[in-house]
Design a protein around this ligand. Structure first.
Ligand SMILES: Cc1ncc(COP(=O)(O)O)c(C=O)c1O
Length: 418
């Protein structure tokens, strides 16, 4: 397994001059705590204050003119003007997310879907074509296939991770390749270096939804991807208590994205940004535990006689295990599996569990479990559902930070009920 040796983020460089001996690249918890963090908050506060203001004042007209002059030449001005254009609490968290992902800038938005729709509306114009991985998040597919269709933007969905089919789907009017890695619910992984090489050769942009990976396990920008989005609602905020999204880029597009956000208006509240910042402080600990839980539970389920099949990229049986091992530092906390039985058998198993909650979402501290056939595809066309391989007995387990042994004990007793 590759452990990425991130060059130390700028914010971790020594603050007080040259150190003669190079320091080792910081580990996940150090990065999650210190990346992009600025010291010297007002009132000597250790934590960044919540600046709960919709607008910002100017001392006099000369002060305002000075700001307007600065804004014409500087992408990130030293002060704020109005809440939809920026907020110090939000900006602090954005700097941290950019540093964690290895990007130039990060734009926090009001949900993961807002990150996806803002990016797509900026990158695409009528007549354009998108190549999208077929098992992208359900709502992303609906947005691209139904909503963008109204603006004469077309799309070809290709099997996840298949670079040959991705390239074959490219047309003269293709502008963007949109993919997720790992995907939901089968945790398929795409070879990001290969994807970026195709895009470069064909003059296309690339957008990766990296929600399932987290920047601790995978950093797509390092492979030459243009933009990364996350549903911050999941691992990054980590406590199932807020909705947010982020768009992170290595340059070029970030100023245009910021402008698009100020036009679309999908901003994040400063209070939510503060909670995201607090969530990020334990990201390293949480994701490390979730990686460990994910692998241990996938291995446990794979040898259990009442489980037909398990999808987890950390298992050698997963179709994308080789590329996952190569590009990921850990495989995350989501495990999908098929119960040996029908839909009602899977429901009996889920209902017998004592620890996980039955709920949508993933990546938070609490374990959540669901049958995708019911939670995400209840009203879907059965044929379309079958084509995506969503069997009635499929279970998606979004593992939290509980002790591994407790989760395995709970799974053991619930599987006995099948
Ligand atoms: C992979 C992925 N992307 C995007 C989203 C949308 O995020 P949000 O619910 O924060 O809008 C989700 C939500 O489940 C998701 O799983």
């Amino acid at each position: 397994m590759t452990t990425h040796a991130l060059p130390p983020p700028a914010s971790l460089a020594p603050a007080n001059g040259n150190h003669p001996t190079p320091t080792p690249a910081p580990g996940p918890s150090t990065r999650a705590l210190h990346a992009g963090a600025r010291r010297g908050h007002p009132h000597h506060s250790l934590t960044p204050p919540i600046v709960q203001s919709a607008t910002y004042t100017f001392a006099d007209t000369a002060d305002l003119i000075g700001f307007m002059d600065e804004r014409m030449f500087v992408e990130t001005p030293t002060r704020q003007e109005y809440g939809r254009y920026g907020n110090p609490t939000v900006r602090g968290v954005e700097a941290r997310l950019a540093a964690l992902e290895g990007g130039k800038d990060a734009i926090l938005v009001s949900s993961g879907m807002a990150a996806i729709t803002t990016s797509l509306l900026l990158l695409l114009a009528p007549g354009d074509h998108v190549v999208m991985s077929a098992d992208s998040y359900h709502r992303t597919r609906v947005f691209v296939q139904r909503f963008l269709h109204r603006y004469h933007i077309t799309c070809t969905a290709v099997p996840p991770g298949d670079l040959a089919q991705i390239e074959a789907a490219i047309r003269p009017e293709t502008r963007l390749i949109l993919a997720e890695t790992p995907t939901n619910p089968f945790l398929r992984c795409v070879d990001l270096a290969g994807l970026a090489a195709i895009a470069r050769r064909r003059g296309l942009r690339t957008l990766i939804d990296s929600t399932f990976a987290t920047p601790l396990n995978l950093r797509p920008l390092e492979y030459g991807i243009d933009l990364v989005v996350h549903s911050v609602t999941k691992y990054l905020a980590g406590h199932n208590d807020l909705l947010a999204g982020v768009i992170i880029g290595s340059g070029g597009l970030t100023a245009a994205l910021r402008e698009a956000q100020s036009l679309f208006g999908a901003v994040v509240d400063p209070g939510a940004a503060f909670q995201i910042g607090r969530g990020l402080q334990t990201l390293g600990l949480r994701v490390t535990r979730q990686n460990e839980n994910g692998l241990a539970i996938a291995r446990f389920l794979e040898q259990h006689p009442k489980v037909l099949r398990v999808w987890y990229p950390g298992l050698p049986s997963h179709p994308d295990h080789a590329i996952a091992r190569q590009q990921m530092a850990g495989f995350g906390g989501v495990v999908s599996f098929e119960i040996a039985g029908d839909g009602p058998a899977a429901a009996r198993f889920i209902d017998a569990l004592r620890l996980p909650y039955i709920a949508a979402s993933l990546g938070g501290v609490d374990s959540l479990i669901e049958q995708p056939a019911i939670m995400s595809y209840y009203d879907a066309d059965p044929e379309a559902r079958q084509a995506l391989g969503i069997d009635d007995a499929l279970v998606r387990f979004a593992i939290g930070i509980e002790e591994t042994a407790d989760l395995i004990a709970d799974l053991t007793q619930a599987l006995a009920a099948v």
